[in-house]
Design a binder for this molecule. Sequence first.
Ligand code: HSE
Length: 320
Amino acid sequence: MRSLSSAKVFAPATVANVGSAFDVLGFALDSPGDTVEAVRSASPGVRIVDVRGDHGVLSHDPARNTAGVSVQALLAHLSATQPQLSTPGIDLVIEKGLPIGSGLGSSSASTVAAVVAANELLGSPLSRADLLPFAMEGERVACGSAHADNVAPSLLGGFVLIRSYTPLDVVSLPAPRSVWVSVVTPHLELRTQDARKVLKRTVSLESAISQWGNVAALVAGIYRNDVALMGRALEDRIIEPERAQLIPGFAEVKAAALEAGANGCSISGSGPSLFALSASRDAAKAIGAAMQAAFSGLSLVSTVHTSQVNPEGAKVIGRA
Ligand code: HSE
């Protein structure tokens, strides 16, 4: 088979945590997302040759860029474990479709698109699931914590549950087709690193009981395609109350979503985006508009996306 000279991959935005399931659950959206092209190069190593759509914010140093770090880790692993591959140099062109620090898994989407593109370029020596630890390395660079609840759904699609981090044990769940999502992103940046610093290190037994009941119900709702149960199960007594204070208008926007008929509403990832669940496209659009109006009422400009749960995750969109 002829070797590829380039591969281009789209990786979707994700909603991590999904209310009650902090750090252990996430799902992929259809759009927006980031695109990365990996191009074979005669010079060894990884280079970030271009980053578009980031307003000049992201580093072009591969050791400080989430996509660069992940592809470097992937190449080092392949050189050590599959020396017959004779890994080439790789140039990366990153096209940001996601705002940075938005709660939509922006760094994860670039990282996932980059590792999937590099793997495709090399003839797919690793499976999708095997790419996860390399994508998680990018997350460590982005915010100091190698959580997988954004990278795993962006990579694999659907809902993904992280049962354990050590050892890594990731469970793919279905993408319930009756669920629609409204995601509203105020034009503010909230760094995940900062949104993690506000969290208390201990929880009460009472809160823990409520939380594991809700996480279990959320998973049951996913399997039953039951948006009402999923909506109830977003209830988060541990993380949301701490982070709500970092998001201007949180209470008003959540109230607007519920008033407009949402089955549930919470923070997307570490915020400042909020997401709401409902049972139809029309409902999702009306709920998104109500949430946006609530932000506007507080003089905050925002962007709305409506989507179903994306069942396939990152997608190869070009090969040459
Ligand atoms: N689980 C992570 C958090 C997702 O909430 O901090 C953000 O990337």
